[in-house]
Design a protein around this ligand. Structure first.
Ligand SMILES: Cc1cc2nc3c(=O)[nH]c(=O)nc-3n(C[C@H](O)[C@H](O)[C@H](O)COP(=O)(O)OP(=O)(O)OC[C@H]3O[C@@H](n4cnc5c(N)ncnc54)[C@H](O)[C@@H]3O)c2cc1C
Length: 488
């Protein structure tokens, strides 16, 4: 990374490490910083593992560590953990789960990896791709069998690039249900989540070993903990406008559909410590964000035959390629908008999705009895529109028509800290930090370095598989430390 405004600030206190300014006021006590040494003081508690962030990644890690009877805490900045996970549709792809097998679908993690590889044109980090696709089925099975998350396999259509049905969701089909279920599991098992705790300091010794963290409480006090391993599960930089402008210029003016906590903290810490970043151009966009409602309209409608038409009445891309790259195509149209056009059977399909119903309740769906009425809603020439619909190579749409005005949105970033297949954060020279781990949106994903590499579900794949693997690695580090007496 060169010349980045966000990469040459001055918030770290380390003598040798580069420092980072992620565009907060210098007086912001909660700005991420690196402290050298070990947090000292009688009131500073020690826990084997500390997790920063309690979204899907952090809670999965906490549950897995708790299962292994390893004390840990997930520190969460918000009063109620939500993160982007709660804003998501909650769809998680996995190959080889018990649920998928019960549905009669037999495939291996390798088949799933092949679909991701194809979508990224071979640019996804191969060892991580293998690790995530192998870990996700056991992770979902454990969450189901041990923690009561009742995953179902989505039916009726395939998301772009998935050759078989492998998308799992809870019966409610929402990310808020997924977060609710993870939190209930944490409560039930005693996995500790400390809310109102915004981590702002990482403590690091001269061997690059993370020794603890400092976190700001709502009353302004700063509390500290010592730890033997740290998992960064605080997602990426989609909510940091300056970083988005710098790194994803095509999304600079796009709506952001994710959580404000995606502020780039993990990247700032990583840079200050000398960590390597990877795939910083990768992200999940979405070409179907209803305006002005600001709501997700399921891409299932496009996959089943809906089309996107611009303000001139013209179709402008192949909708089946994927909703992520569609964000860029839509933003390139006049006014940065498009119309999702579909008919009655597709309306019925859309109504199977809670986020579609929410958009409909908010007034996003416009019914049009005739093509003339549809042209009037779009504001285009009837003859042009007629030709567009007649020449469409998709399923023939018949009146009555329905239209939703949409724009392209940024959902979350897929670039971040480079990690090995055990979720250990790597230094710029490729060697792992001794006890610093990352998963989910804090780390690089498996979508390569561009918007078109995002295969639907790569976000929660990284979060849940990443949390699962990071917990396993942290558990091994703790066990190793206990056997060598290297535990503080
Ligand atoms: C509208 C929408 C729909 C989506 N749908 C899907 C989908 O169906 N399937 C899919 O795979 N992906 C989907 N995604 C992407 C998916 O939501 C994310 O990839 C995933 O939730 C990331 O999980 P995470 O645990 O890494 O981050 P998050 O869920 O964002 O959790 C990070 C947590 O860290 C906390 N945090 C941040 N900084 C700090 C700090 N300094 N101290 C303490 N806590 C901190 C945050 O408050 C947050 O709770 C969607 C995204 C959006 C926006």
């Amino acid at each position: 990374m060169t010349g980045a405004a966000w990469a040459d600030g001055a918030s770290a206190t380390g003598a040798t490490a580069p420092s980072v300014d992620i565009h907060r006021s210098p007086s912001d006590a909660a700005a991420p910083s690196i402290q050298r040494g070990t947090p000292a003081g009688d009131d500073v508690l020690h826990l084997p593992v500390v997790i920063v962030g309690a979204g899907a990644c952090g809670l999965t890690a906490a549950l897995m560590l708790n299962d292994e009877q390893i004390d840990c805490v997930a520190l969460e900045r918000d009063a109620v953990p939500s993160g982007s996970t709660a804003l998501s549709s909650g769809f998680v792809p996995a190959a080889g789960t018990r649920v998928q097998m019960a549905a009669g679908i037999v495939e291996s993690p390798g088949d799933f990896a092949a679909d991701i590889r194809d979508k990224t044109h071979g640019t996804a980090a191969e060892p991580l791709l293998q690790a995530y696709t192998e870990a996700i089925a056991p992770a979902l099975d454990v969450l189901q069998a041990r923690h009561g998350l009742t995953f179902e396999l989505l039916d009726g259509f395939l998301y772009p690039g998935h050759r078989v049905r492998r998308m799992h969701a809870l019966p409610e089909r929402t990310g808020s249900a997924l977060m609710g279920a993870l939190q209930r599991a944490a409560d039930a098992t005693g996995a500790y989540v400390l809310t109102h705790s915004r981590v702002c300091e990482l403590w690091c010794d001269e061997d690059d070993r993370i020794t603890g963290v400092g976190y700001a409480r709502p009353d302004g006090t700063l509390e500290r903990l010592r730890c033997d391993a740290l998992i960064l599960a605080c997602n990426g930089f989609g909510g940091n406008a300056a970083m988005v402008r710098e790194l994803l210029p095509e999304m600079a003016d796009a709506a952001f559909g994710g959580h404000t906590g995606n502020d780039g903290s993990a990247i700032a810490w990583g840079q200050a410590l000398g960590a390597r970043l990877a795939d910083m151009g990768g992200y999940q966009g979405h070409g179907s964000w209803a305006v002005p409602q600001g709501a997700l309209v399921s891409w299932a409608i496009m996959m089943a035959g809906g089309i996107q038409i611009n303000a001139g009445g013209v179709r402008f891309h192949d909708e089946t390629q994927g909703y992520s790259e569609a964000a860029v195509h839509v933003l390139q149209q006049p006014g940065g908008i498009a119309w999702n056009v579909f008919d009655a059977p597709l309306l019925a399909l859309g109504r199977e999705f809670p986020d579609f119903c929410e958009a409909e309740r908010a007034g996003a769906v416009r019914g049009c009895a005739t093509i003339e009425a549809l042209a009037a809603v779009i504001g285009c020439d009837v003859a042009v529109l007629e030709a567009t619909i007649d020449r469409s190579d998709r399923r023939a749409l018949t009146a009555p028509f329905y239209a939703i005005k949409v724009t392209g949105a940024l959902f979350h970033t897929q670039g971040g800290l480079d990690i090995d297949p055990d979720c250990r954060v790597l230094r710029t020279d490729g060697t792992p930090f001794p006890n610093l781990l990352a998963g989910g949106g804090a780390a690089r994903g498996v979508s390569g370095n561009a918007v078109w590499g995002y295969l639907s579900g790569n976000g929660l794949l990284s979060a849940i598989a990443g949390g699962f693997i990071a917990a396993r690695t942290a558990a091994a580090l703790v066990a190793q430390g206990a056997s060598t007496g290297d535990i503080r």
